[in-house]
Design a protein around this ligand. Structure first.
Ligand code: UD1
Length: 364
């Protein structure tokens, strides 16, 4: 006898910029597969250029609920999301809760689901990195250990889970961010976007900076800004700035350290990808951008002591520079992408479709 799907309604939780991007792919595939989706935005990112611009620009369905969580301590963000989400879950009674990535929204959603005995699906499961006490790492580990379906973007992520004894419900599907990149690439007008920002192809480095261990530590922030400013004297460094970084620069009075850097407001996805494709190199501490750089054929300097996307470092595509001023300056000029890049590290661009198929076939 054919088994009927048990997942008819899924509640997807988003809240921070990278989750809007992932939802753009997965939400569309779920709907295509005939699954109802209740979309909940925690409101962790509330500035229009950190949230609305993605929801509109990527044709994500309008969230059914906004929990209005906003900024605050980790406990505040996690606990407030839990309390407000629980009310929505009790009202909507979804068959499954879907969470993305490694933010406070991710762990909050997974905790609410598991406590209410609703299966949790984690998209981007199995990533691990040092330091173990970084908030995103804590969120990943907790979420993976209480999820029923674990969708891994890489084979390495599957191995990481196995080392922790997690084998049930684990699927290597590829990376949904790669799906989106492949889908959007054709529609980008790169020359036009570069000219809108007065940029010339390969004559600039694209940078981002927002990790708390870089922005909230005075001396690391100083090293990084000094390095970027120094590099800017020879090649333009374009920094679309995260609000937390703007605040940290102002609180520390570091404006002088940024005077040669080209600082922009946060960019919509399509502009960011156009600037990425046109760039010579990337300097970043973003988990997403270090990987999108590889999708775009651009090498990246990663300002972290370690990364969840270690396969790109092992392939010498990316290089870890931490917050080492001299190393950042050196590698900004010397690091080149290897001639033979590894292929298909992140799947075949159909991760979202595979996720939807597995959910349709899921049995409790
Ligand atoms: C969060 C995620 C991180 C993800 C990042 C993407 C956690 C623990 N971290 O970090 O994994 O890579 O989002 O951007 O969930 N702020 C604004 N406006 C906004 C959003 C933030 O002004 O729209 C300011 C607030 O002052 C806030 C600070 O930025 O306190 C940090 O925001 P928060 O959501 O706590 O963490 P992110 O650094 O954005």
């Amino acid at each position: 006898m054919e088994r009927r799907p048990v997942i008819i309604c899924i509640l997807s939780l988003i809240g921070a910029r990278p989750q809007f991007i992932k939802e753009a792919i997965v939400g569309a595939e779920l709907r295509k597969a005939g699954i109802d989706e209740v979309l909940v935005n925690t409101g962790q990112h509330y500035d229009a250029n950190m949230s609305d611009v993605f929801i509109e620009g990527l044709s994500i369905k309008t969230p059914d609920y906004n929990l209005g969580v906003g900024s605050g301590s980790h406990a505040y963000q996690t606990a407030t999301t839990m309390l407000r989400l629980e009310e929505v879950v009790l009202k909507e009674r979804p068959d499954m809760i879907m969470v993305y990535g490694d933010t406070n929204a991710t762990v909050a959603g997974a905790l609410v689901g598991s406590k209410l005995k609703i299966p949790v699906a984690h998209v981007e499961a199995g990533l691990r990195q040092h330091p173990k006490d970084m908030p995103e790492e804590i969120n990943r580990v907790v979420t993976d250990h209480i999820s029923s379906l674990l969708f891994c973007p890489t084979e390495k992520a599957v191995d990481n889970l196995e080392k922790e004894g997690i084998t049930k419900g684990v699927h290597f599907v590829g990376d949904v961010m790669y799906d989106l990149f492949v889908k959007m690439r054709e529609s980008l007008d790169i020359s036009k976007t570069l000219s809108n920002y007065s940029l010339v192809r390969e004559k600039y480095i694209l940078a981002t900076l927002h990790r708390d261990f870089n922005t909230d530590d005075r001396s690391r922030l100083k090293n990084i800004l000094e390095a970027m400013n120094e590099v800017s004297k020879k090649i333009k460094v374009v920094l679309p700035i995260h609000p937390r970084t703007r605040k940290a620069i102002s609180v520390n009075g570091y404006e002088d350290l940024t005077k040669d850097i080209t600082i922009l407001d946060p960019l919509p996805y399509s502009d960011m990808m156009s600037l990425l494709i046109g760039s010579k190199k990337v300097i970043t501490d973003s988990g997403g951008l270090q990987k999108e750089a590889y999708f775009a054929g651009v090498p990246a300097l990663v300002m972290m002591p370690d990364t969840g996307w270690i396969e790109l470092v092992e392939a010498d595509w990316n290089v870890l520079v931490d917050a080492d001023k001299d190393l950042i300056i050196d590698k900004a000029f010397s690091h080149e992408a290897p001639a033979n890049a590894p292929a298909n590290l992140y799947g075949d661009g159909r991760a979202g479709k595979k996720i939807a198929e597995i959910i349709v076939g899921f049995q409790l």
